[in-house]
Design a protein around this ligand. Structure first.
Ligand code: GLU
Length: 553
């Protein structure tokens, strides 16, 4: 059949040409070795931690090579779209400091010379290449209905044949121009299919950046290029966009590996050099029910949603640091040898990614985050906690800002010294962490090993000798002296040698003071806590504890 004539019939309105497009999307002039990567999500409004992981991986590959990283919105599937889905993605990624050089920067705006970066705005571009494929006899319209396709599937199932539109099943392959023209004139809906030059008994191979060498049967299916509405399928849009936009390395989820033969064939028939592929494995989670591993699931695991990390207040730095540890197996070792370097300086490499799927572990994220938060000064912590609280816990934000000096002093406890405490993993933890600073303990967790009378005696005595202006050095000796006078050993070691001669030891005494002041047995440095509470409040708390103990009898 005359391809030129058919192309005019189907795409008469398309006047642009390949040459014009190639001129509009010139090859990028980048230094040797520079990689161009992209993150290409559908605007579903939901950012999965696996998406952030893929985006960060692609960003690192581009930026550690001096290349370009861009964001392309793949909105060819209108069913998956939600309102403000693009800004949801853009803001979600921005909040984690993932930097794009090009692409969408808000719901409607974009930057960069290779746009539009939203597929629904590229309809004409795809059609230029479709028209060309039709001209060359490499694509044809298919009028098969859903019922007809169903019937084909059934026959193939019965015959135990490969599913799909190919070979003798591809009946629209052989329609004549006149038959096609008649259907088009009658307004019959059609899709545009590739006339696949492949054969299932031949094999293709390619080298995958993560998985290594992959060999698969060639594609022989006449895949759909344009759907009935003229919108391309993912496959076709991928080939056209990644070529025109100059992507050198396609980094995407490994659910796409099975489509790689189609994609390589499309690059081939379009006359485009194929990009390198790197298929990354999904993030896995230990499955407590089966003892095995499973994918981190949007439905079952709250931590699958990137929003979760914002809601509970993980600093972005902690999350990115953690993602690097699961992305590259040698990251932790590098971090140990280079504690002072920024994570950007790590030589990220796809070859160090897990082929099987990295295991996600919140406990590990918490450890990393605690170490990170411990390095921050009180002002930084206050600002971050306040910003988080304003959005997610306005009541707490109000508490903090009602006396911000006080809140700063709380966050300064055991911070900025050589061995800062590592007890905050996320900003949400600060609600409980600071709780006793904002209200007198109602139900102090008094120790069980001393009698109420002994504890009352400790507090009544301590009340008389407590001096708010004592220095940190003088503070504890005073408690030690008092302990001895009340019949407690001045050190745990002494007590252990001769427990019958003492009521307890100095640690027991300071626990009573700690519990009276804070309600808790474990807290940061008690001296600093009392300093922050101030003399009046400290004494009031001792009084209230004494009253509670007396009421217990
Ligand atoms: N839009 C595809 C998805 O949402 C992107 C795959 C790719 O990165 O090429 O999975």
């Amino acid at each position: 059949m005359d391809g030129m004539k058919l192309a005019d019939l189907l795409f008469g309105n398309i006047t642009a040409t390949r040459e014009e497009l190639l001129a509009r999307y010139p090859r990028r002039q980048l230094p040797e070795g520079a990689k161009v990567t992209r993150f290409a999500p559908s605007p579903t409004g939901f950012l999965h931690i696996g998406g952030l992981f893929a985006a960060y991986t692609a960003e690192r590959v581009a930026h550690t090579s001096g290349g370009i990283f861009f964001l392309r919105i793949e909105d060819t599937d209108k069913k998956r779209e939600v309102e403000n889905g693009v800004s949801g993605l853009v803001n979600g990624l921005k909040a984690f400091g993932i930097e794009f050089d090009e692409g969408m920067i808000s719901e409607t705006e974009e930057i960069g010379a290779y746009g539009p970066y939203t597929q629904s705005q590229r309809k004409e571009i795809y059609q230029v290449f479709c028209k060309e494929l039709v001209q060359k006899g490499l694509a044809y319209p298919c009028f098969c209905t859903a019922e007809e396709l169903d019937a084909i599937r059934k026959t193939q199932e019965e015959n135990k044949e490969n599913p799909g539109y190919y070979g003798k099943y591809a009946k629209c392959r052989s329609l004549t121009y006149e038959e096609i023209e008649e259907k088009i004139k009658a307004g019959t809906p059609y899709v545009l299919r590739l006339r696949s030059p492949g054969a299932a008994n031949r094999r293709i191979s390619f080298s995958d950046g993560v998985k290594g060498n992959i060999e698969m049967p060639e594609n022989d299916i006449d895949v759909v290029l344009l759907k009935t509405d003229g919108i391309p399928t993912y496959h076709f849009a991928h080939a056209v966009d990644d070529f025109l936009m100059g992507t050198t390395d396609v980094i995407r989820g490994d659910e796409w590996i099975s489509s790689a033969p189609v994609h390589l064939q499309l690059f081939d028939v379009l006359g485009f050099p194929a990009p390198r592929y790197a298929h990354i494995s999904p993030i896995m989670k230990e499955d407590t029910e089966t003892g095995g591993k499973r994918k981190l699931s949007k439905r079952k695991d709250p931590e699958a949603a990137v929003d979760y990390y914002h809601e509970v207040g993980y600093p972005k730095e902690s999350v990115l640091e953690y993602l690097l540890t699961i992305a590259n197996s040698n990251y932790e070792e590098w971090r140990r040898s280079n504690p002072a370097l920024s994570r950007e300086e790590f030589p990220f490499s796809l070859s160090h990614m897990s082929k099987a799927g990295a295991l996600f572990d919140l406990a590990k994220l918490n450890d990393i985050s605690k170490i990170y938060i411990a390095t921050l000064d009180a002002d930084t912590v206050y600002d971050a906690v306040y910003a988080w609280a304003k959005q997610y816990r306005p009541d707490f934000a109000e508490k903090l800002s009602s006396d911000s000096g006080y809140a700063h002093r709380i966050f300064a406890i055991e911070r900025g010294n050589e061995k800062p405490r590592k007890d905050l993993a996320k900003w949400e933890d600060t609600v409980d962490y600071t709780d006793y600073f904002y209200r007198r303990p109602e139900n102090p967790d008094f120790p069980e090993n001393l009698s109420n009378a002994d504890m009352t005696e400790i507090l009544e005595t301590y009340k008389t000798i407590y001096r708010a202006d004592d220095s940190q050095e003088d503070w504890f000796p005073r408690i030690r002296e008092m302990s001895e006078a009340l019949g407690y050993a001045k050190a745990p070691k002494i007590y252990k040698k001769d427990p019958d001669s003492y009521k307890g030891h100095v640690g027991d005494v300071s626990t009573v003071i700690r519990v009276a002041a804070t309600g808790r047995k474990n807290t940061p440095d008690l001296y600093q806590i009392l300093q922050v509470l101030g003399e009046e409040e400290t004494q009031a708390r001792f009084d209230s504890a004494i009253n509670l103990l007396k009421a217990r009898g």
